[in-house]
Design a protein around this ligand. Sequence first.
Ligand code: C5P
Length: 225
Amino acid sequence: MASEPSLAGQTVVITAGPTREAIDPVRFLSNRSSGRMGFALARAFDNAGARVLLVAGPVTLPTPDGVTRIDVESARQMEAAVNNVIDGADIFVGCAAVSDYRPAATSSEKIKKTADELTLKLVRGPDILAGVAARENRPFTVGFAAETENLIENARAKMNNKSLDMIAANLVGVGRGFEQDDNELTVLWEGGEEPLGKATKMVLAEQLVILVGERFSAHAQRERA
Ligand code: C5P
């Protein structure tokens, strides 16, 4: 890998963790994301000299030193928080496991167990990453692809469909990816691919920040030309 580019003076917005979609005042839909990869990235970008804004779903992790954290619960709150800070950001990394669906209605009272069957109607929520990538004057936009099969093929398709500059692909499943300290990432961009192998999320975050810095600089140079 080339020498580490500095990200001093750059603003990075990162989403991390799961979202919670309320069913009633005591129940919600969510997922197994621990937020560890996104928090490791926040620390690594801060170490590289960037100003880091971390939009976090409900997680039990300490805020890395120097990082500004904005706590949210639902996908719509996460989208609003991102939209509040994205203007002027240089890099966006969507690392959160955002709920794709939410209950069509949230009951204001706890749902009682009266009926034998209960049907929950779900509606699609916002795709925060695709929304950022579709903005005019968008930042350098990086996504994650958690896949259970055909990792590289699916990740590259996701990168193209969402118009991303870069995507970090990881296989998920039992004992893989979510809720683990280790992960295994392959990073893809247009015309390039770099497998980072299996390592702790902190080591992977540091390697990913180097790759983002390289591609971001190349991208900025092309924009200037
Ligand atoms: O399409 P898929 O959910 O697999 O894409 C994963 C990527 O998109 C991740 O970077 C995730 O943070 C982002 N995402 C998002 N909003 C959604 C769904 C996914 O920002 N509603």
